[in-house]
Design a protein around this ligand. Structure first.
Ligand SMILES: [Zn+2]
Length: 285
């Protein structure tokens, strides 16, 4: 009897493996764009939903929205953005969104709810309203289902952190099958401590290293809780802030986390099949 059950189980396993091998491959792809000193990650789900986490910086002379993000979207044949999530209202994260919502249809704008005096941010909200783009606030504990087995949990901001720009960053744990990404905005030690306290399981394969590798983020405690294999550092070459800080690079190294920096590798593409994540970088070091 036992043997018959085992053989049946093996046959079922074989059929499953056969079906899996020949099933169309479905990928979650996250591109960390090289926007200089700022952040922009483009998430594409298996069925083609497009979600931006931040949109890069906009300065007087450089607009990452026009210069980097839009050409990237065009190169992938994308002509609609389902949602733009702005982790917090700092120019190096939301600046590029101003031109994106002018040039592309955008479904929703997801915000941390933190107020700011920044004129450009006010303009972004005004333009979103003019274009009837749905605005939604995301807070700790919210869950978003992107379908196709892709889901996310919002880890921050908690209620008492919705005053500070950096510590009020929206932090997302993005999951696809057995793989996961932690997208951290510019959160610092205070928010990291909060998250560790509030969530039992923070494990992620990839972490977007918070605040461009600033010393005040990526604490030992957070790295021990998340245990990522890869840390993406979105940072401008020779930036005036000295990001990433050598202490952070050392911490990553001590935790055996492979650092991939946009100033060294250019755009970084992470492709998950639900079991493992493959990386491809625009430049080789
Ligand atoms: Zn920043």
């Amino acid at each position: 009897m036992k043997t018959r059950v085992s053989i049946a189980a093996l046959v079922i396993l074989d059929i499953c493996l056969f079906l899996w091998a020949f099933a169309p491959k479905r990928y979650l792809i996250v591109n960390f764009l090289d926007v200089g000193q700022g952040d922009c990650a483009v998430i594409r789900t298996p069925s083609g939903k497009v979600i931006l986490i931040d949109a890069g910086p906009k300065t007087r002379s450089k607009d990452a929205g026009m210069r980097v993000v839009l050409p990237f979207l065009r190169s992938k044949g994308i002509n609609r953005i389902d949602a733009i999530l702005i982790t917090h209202p700092d120019e190096d994260h939301f600046g590029g969104a101003l031109s994106l919502i002018e040039k592309e249809p955008v479904g929703e704008l997801w915000l941390s709810g933190i107020s700011t005096q920044n004129q450009d941010y006010a303009q972004l909200l005004q333009n979103a309203s003019t274009k009837s783009i749905k605005v939604r606030e995301l807070h700790e504990g919210d869950r978003l289902d992107f379908h196709d087995g892709v889901s996310s949990e919002i880890l921050n901001p908690s209620e008492d952190l919705r005053v500070s720009h950096n510590n009020g960053s929206i932090v997302m744990l993005l999951k696809y099958g057995a793989t996961s990404f932690m997208l951290t905005g510019d959160e610092e030690k205070g928010a990291e401590e909060h998250t560790i306290q509030d969530f039992a399981n923070l494990k992620a394969d990839v972490i977007k290293v918070a605040h461009h590798g600033s010393k005040s983020s990526s604490t030992e405690e957070l790295l021990s809780a998340v245990t990522p294999a890869v840390g993406i550092i979105s940072v401008g070459a020779h930036n005036v802030y000295g990001h990433p800080h050598p202490d952070v690079l050392k911490r990553l190294e001590n935790h055996h986390i492979k650092a991939l920096r946009t100033d060294q590798f250019g755009e970084i593409e992470a492709t998950s099949n639900g079991f493992e994540i493959a990386f491809h970088t625009a430049l080789r070091r």
